[in-house]
Design a protein around this ligand. Structure first.
Ligand code: AMP
Ligand code: MG
Length: 349
């Protein structure tokens, strides 16, 4: 059941006391904390097991709040906010001094976004300040797209054991929160389902650091000039990256993920495994099939739930994902999904 004003008030109380609150957005669920409180932000890094060199996105209620965390809000930023906010576009600009270094991983820029979810917009309004909000999952794993995913990950992951200070209490039942210290606002399933497009306006020309459902083409149209795109998958984790979060392995379930061409050429179909595919290929498959929609937006919405399903309930230790696009290179409309699939299948350390 979706949270209401009472849950928002409780969430604000916790945030004001330096606590952590999981909140819904249209992309994925975020792990929220007061962006101007370095201790609260440090708690988020600990909970996620997130490397200190991976900066956090600061969530704002709109351009007015964004102005408080950037050094200078530019006409380009205004145009983009007009066109895409609230929505899945994150804008990187030089940071304001008041933003703690831990938020930006010591860097000179800050990433800001206004999420398109009524509950979290209300939370930001009532809290009346910016909130960090990385995906509410252990670093590197599949992002949560329902409140149940947040609860399941938090209660299952040993990475979270002992990181929280506040004691568990039965009064907390209303939040159905399995881990003390993290209050979960349930806003239903996420509409977009994959993380926001990250665009750097601190680069010239402007640069897409992470593809998302707002495309480089749409951004270029609004800016009236070309936008550079980072390659869909970096060649090596050791190579310098434009955005510190662009690890080769990310968004990854526990089981091995293999990308396969249509018709699953080269895959031993007798192995116990799950196949995630847009085209039903065999009348009586030997494997478990998770059928996906062939529209990119619908596919993105269901992707992380499908990976979780395969991880938790599929046979064997292998997940084969049939590439939903034709040909070697994903066309523009599949680029964000392709990025997540390449990283889910990326080499692990
Ligand atoms: P997540 O919150 O897990 O969805 O990841 C946030 C993404 O935004 C990561 O890819 C970060 O590297 C990127 N990001 C956050 N802040 C900055 C920044 N100041 N400059 C460049 N990329 C950033
Ligand atoms: Mg994440």
């Amino acid at each position: 059941m979706d949270a209401g004003p009472e849950q928002i008030a409780e969430a604000v109380r916790r945030l004001s006391a330096g606590g952590v609150v999981a909140f819904p957005t249209e992309t994925v669920y975020g792990l929220g904390a007061d962006a101007l409180n370095p201790d609260a932000v440090a708690h988020v890094f600990r909970l996620k097991g997130r490397p200190a060199n991976n900066p956090l996105i600061v969530h704002v209620s709109g351009p007015a709040m964004a102005r408080e965390v950037v050094a200078q809000w530019t006409p380009d930023a205004d145009r983009l906010a007009d066109a895409f906010w609230p929505g899945p576009l994150t804008i990187v600009l030089p940071k304001a001094d008041r933003v703690p270094d831990i938020v930006t991983a010591g860097g000179p820029t800050v990433a800001v976004r206004c999420p398109d979810h009524p509950l979290t917009l209300a939370l930001l309004e009532v809290f009346n300040g910016p909130l960090v909000g990385p995906s509410a999952n252990p670093s590197g794993f599949v992002s949560p797209t329902t409140a149940d995913h947040v609860r399941a990950v938090f209660s299952q992951s040993r990475a979270f054991q002992g990181s929280d200070r506040s004691p568990s209490s039965s009064e907390d039942q209303a939040s159905r929160d399995p881990k003390p210290g993290v209050y979960i606002l349930d806003g239903g399933p996420c509409r977009v389902g994959i993380e926001s497009t990250v665009l750097s306006l601190a680069d010239n020309p402007a640069r897409v650091l992470r593809p998302g459902m707002v495309s480089a083409e749409e951004i270029a149209r609004v800016l009236g000039r070309p936008v550079v795109e980072a390659p869909p998958s970096p060649a090596s984790d050791a190579a310098p990256r434009a955005s510190p979060g662009l690890m080769r392995s990310h968004y990854a379930p526990r089981k091995r993920v293999v990308l396969a061409p249509p018709e699953l050429t080269g895959i031993d179909l007798q192995r116990p495994m799950t196949v995630i595919a847009t085209r039903p290929m065999h009348a009586a498959p030997t494997y478990r099939l998770i059928a996906m929609p062939d529209d990119p937006a619908d596919y993105a919405r269901g992707l992380y739930a499908a990976l979780r399903d395969a991880d938790e309930h599929g046979p064997g230790d292998l997940i084969v994902v049939e590439t939903p696009w034709e040909g070697d290179e994903p066309p523009a409309r599949w680029r964000a999904v392709a990025d997540r699939l390449h990283r889910a299948a990326g080499p692990r350390d």
